[in-house]
Design a protein around this ligand. Structure first.
Ligand code: OSB
Ligand code: MG
Length: 369
């Protein structure tokens, strides 16, 4: 495919309610959307970086810079045999996975459209329906949290993830388990703890928690292996995993028993699939993480989740949990059985609502040769 034009667009979208994690509160999202064109068709991707460098080092602004200065010049005006040939073109760039991943995803959407195939099938996926889960931010009170969990279980969601941080952990888990004896629950710490907190996790071991996600430092695997030796609940890594090689090493040393795959965090679909394969071959289940995406990033997550080893419900949920108005049509919907059906249309399978995209746009730059 010849990439004749690439467009970067920053859109602004306000979440329906603030989302609080151990690293901060998000309400107003700045989202970087990448569009690639071959002259007749477009492909869309989303850069999943946050507004500030708190989940990882990347931000919307660093991604814009790296894409504009270092990535796009290698692609625009060029002939690419396939989307999978993109990663080697930018393999010398260190870090900036989300920046690269946003453009990479757009290329996969474009290639799938060119082939007239839905992206999920083009990726080799087999799950025509995926189980949806939710990630629930830190709430003002435990009572409020219990009410939110009740509503999400009512809506059909298969797994409830609770954000935890020091002081919002053992007692919260205890009460959640007591109120919902059968629910599949898990905790995500976003690196808020150290090995000095082993006892906190040992206490939570008693509550039949599916997994603790990224309890320790965002670049660590060694200490996670140590923590895993002291607890029965599986550790799931998020922040620490950027490649299939990272996954291999983490599994080898016993740092985790589950991996959360995020498209942006690993630099795109090609590496996401490689991480998936390493985990599958080691008997480690994976699930698809979320980054408060607009419909475009969400559609990519739905497609990625179709791969066979995505055997656990992910953080892929309905558009209407996040946005009053999304940028795709139809919206990503979760049915009463708590599942999201794959689309049969080519590419990501959702049409981009160009009118909404325009109205949300804060800046835009077009690259062509
Ligand atoms: O750690 O999974 C995370 C959101 C922003 C940054 C990091 C994370 C999250 C979530 C939300 O947990 C997942 C979602 O609903 O999109
Ligand atoms: Mg996480």
């Amino acid at each position: 495919m010849r990439i004749s034009q690439i467009e970067l667009r920053e859109i602004r979208m306000r979440l329906l309610r603030p989302f609080e994690t151990s690293f901060g509160v998000t309400l107003d999202r700045r989202i970087l959307i990448v569009k690639v064109s071959d002259g007749s068709q477009d492909g869309y991707g989303e850069v999943t970086a946050g507004e500030g460098p708190f989940y990882c080092h990347e931000t919307v602004d660093t991604a814009w810079l790296v894409l504009a200065e270092y990535v796009i010049p290698r692609v625009v005006g060029k002939e690419l045999a396939a989307a999978r040939d993109f990663a080697p073109l930018v393999a010398d760039i260190r870090g900036h996975y989300m920046a690269r991943g946003g453009l990479e995803a757009a290329l996969w959407d474009l290639e799938a459209r060119q082939q007239g195939q839905p992206l999920w099938k083009f990726l080799g996926g087999t799950r025509e329906e995926i189980n949806a889960g939710v990630s629930i931010g830190i709430q003002p009170s435990i009572d409020k949290l219990l009410q939110v969990i009740h509503d999400e279980i009512d809506a059909g969601y298969h797994r409830i993830k609770i954000k935890i941080k020091p002081g919002w952990d053992v007692e919260v888990m205890r009460q959640v388990r007591a109120a919902f004896p059968k629910a599949r629950i898990m905790g995500d710490a976003n690196s808020a703890y150290t090995l000095a907190d082993i006892d906190v996790f040992r206490q939570m071991d008693a509550f039949d928690v599916m997994m603790f996600e990224q309890p320790l430092h965002y670049e660590d695997i060694i200490d996670h292996a140590e923590l895993q030796r002291h607890i029965g609940t599986p550790i799931c890594l998020d922040e620490s995993i950027h490649s299939a090689d990272d996954a291999r090493k983490a599994i080898q040393i016993g740092a985790c028993r589950i991996i959360n795959i995020k498209l942006g965090r690993v630099g795109g679909h090609r590496e996401a699939r490689a991480v998936h394969d390493v985990c599958r071959d080691s008997g480690v289940p994976v699930w698809c993480g979320g980054m408060l995406e607009s419909g475009i990033g969400r559609a990519h997550n739905v497609a990625l989740s179709s791969l066979e080893n995505f055997s656990l419900p992910g953080d892929v949920a309905a558009s209407k949990r996040y946005w009053a108005e999304d940028v795709i049509e139809p919206l990503v919907e979760v049915n009463p059985r708590g599942t999201i059906a794959q689309r049969m249309e080519p590419g990501i399978g959702y049409a981009v609502n160009v009118d909404a995209l325009e109205r949300f746009t804060a800046r835009r730059q077009v690259f062509s040769v």
